[in-house]
Design a binder for this molecule. Structure first.
Ligand code: PLP
Length: 398
């Protein structure tokens, strides 16, 4: 006996990639390079080790689900600094929850937000299409109807939730929104974020704003605006909003598994009640490391520069080809190769380079068109030299 909802989620993107490339021999004589996974490989600052080891007694304590006051205060202070908000914008006691990486936290948000019924029908969870795969799994596990809204070239690579019909909007329990977007790198402006907050309040749903790539953006641009800033500009509190962010991309520590949620105190209460039963709070020594990382911006700036230098290399090798554009945010290239699966196969067999076909993180829309089908996602997570080698091989094959 299994939960048949699992069938609706479909295979995990990286399992599909293994199935696609398993029977294909990688090009002989070349060191394989994986550009498929968004796992930052930049060096994190040394202070992280010191902070983790500073008080071994902390390993003997169960971490509270809301973390420590110190950690919540450090998170709130970082967000207020980053989004130029007065310190009163975020109450560390009620509005902040540290989480064990945002992946499980984004998943659990749907379990906390989706009711049995909404507006007399099955609740809806909105997500962009293509999407971070966890959104779909969460919507389905929560028993909601997933509605994937095109985030394609025609929509400016962001989902236009505002244009959905009133019948759907009435049933929306939660909307996932991602800016800077994975995989396209699009950054939503402040007006767009305000419009989404207003939409959530008007239709009584939770806006889950995934801002994990907020600290990685191209040169010559201001730092991407955030939903907390949008709430402040609208003049109220954080009602109907839950912002998720993570140290994984900001500080290149995906293995630390520390992120955080900031938002509506009522939602956070329900969320913590759920997490008390099935969540995993970050261990206290890891929260100490997170505090040290949040207090330092120099390593973040250095990492941002390194991503920019890799995008420079991509521009030098790919400009004018494969629909290349400099991603405004994040560290992915979203390349229009005509047939993403075919390109991924060729890159592996002819260049030993692993990339993700866009269709593995998208679904066919109502018109039957899969907005990811023509694309590959290329994660620029390695050092400069490896990135140049991989991109040179990619440019040679495609
Ligand atoms: C859009 C997006 N959100 C969330 C995450 C989860 O990151 P973490 O669990 O490391 O915080 C990722 C990781 O790739 C991501 O791409």
């Amino acid at each position: 006996m299994l939960n048949d909802r699992l069938l609706q989620i479909g295979a995990y993107p990286f399992d599909r990639l293994r199935a696609l490339l398993g029977p294909v021999e990688p090009a002989a004589g070349l060191e394989p390079i994986a550009l498929s996974l968004g796992e930052p490989r930049h060096d994190p600052p040394d202070t992280i080790g010191e902070a983790i080891l500073a008080d071994p007694a902390l390993w003997g304590r169960y971490p509270p689900m809301r973390g420590t006051e110190d950690a919540r205060t450090a998170i709130a202070a970082w967000a207020c600094r980053r989004y130029r908000c007065p310190e009163t914008t975020i109450d560390p006691a009620t509005d902040v929850v540290p989480v064990s990486g945002t992946r499980e936290a984004l998943f659990m948000a749907a379990l906390a937000a989706v009711p049995e019924r909404k507006a007399g029908g099955r609740p809806v969870v909105l997500m962009p299409n293509p999407f971070y795969q966890v959104y779909l799994g969460a919507a389905v596990a929560a028993g909601a109807e997933p509605v994937c809204v095109p985030a394609d070239e025609a929509s400016g690579f962001l989902p236009d939730y505002e244009s959905l019909g009133p019948d759907i909007l009435a049933r929306v329990a939660l909307a996932y929104f991602c800016s800077p977007a994975n995989p396209q790198g699009t950054i939503a402006g402040l007006d767009r974020l305000k419009s989404l907050v207003n939409l959530a309040r008007e239709h009584d749903f939770v806006l889950v704003s995934d801002e994990c790539y907020s600290e990685i953006y191209d040169r010559g641009r201001p730092a991407p605006p955030g939903t907390i800033e949008a709430c402040r500009e609208l003049g109220g509190g954080l009602e109907k909003v839950a912002v998720f962010n993570s140290l994984s991309k900001r500080s290149s520590v995906p293995g630390l598994r520390v992120g955080f949620a900031i938002g509506d105190a009522d939602f956070m209460n329900a969320y913590v009640r759920l997490r008390d039963h099935g969540g995993a709070a970050p261990p206290l020594p890891l929260l100490a490391a997170a505090r040290a990382l949040l207090a330092d911006e120099s390593h973040v700036a250095a990492s941002r520069e390194l991503y920019r230098a890799k995008i420079d290399i991509a521009e030098e090798l790919l400009d004018g080809r494969l629909g290349f554009y400099r991603p405004p945010g994040g560290f992915y290239l979203w390349l229009d190769v005509g047939d993403g699966e075919e390109a991924a196969r060729r890159l592996w067999s002819e260049a030993a380079v692993r990339v993700l076909p866009g269709s593995y993180i998208a679904r066919p829309g109502a018109d039957g068109v899969d907005p990811g089908r023509r694309y590959i996602r290329v994660a620029l997570v390695h050092d400069l030299e490896t990135a140049r080698e991989a991109l040179t091989r990619l440019a040679g094959v495609l």
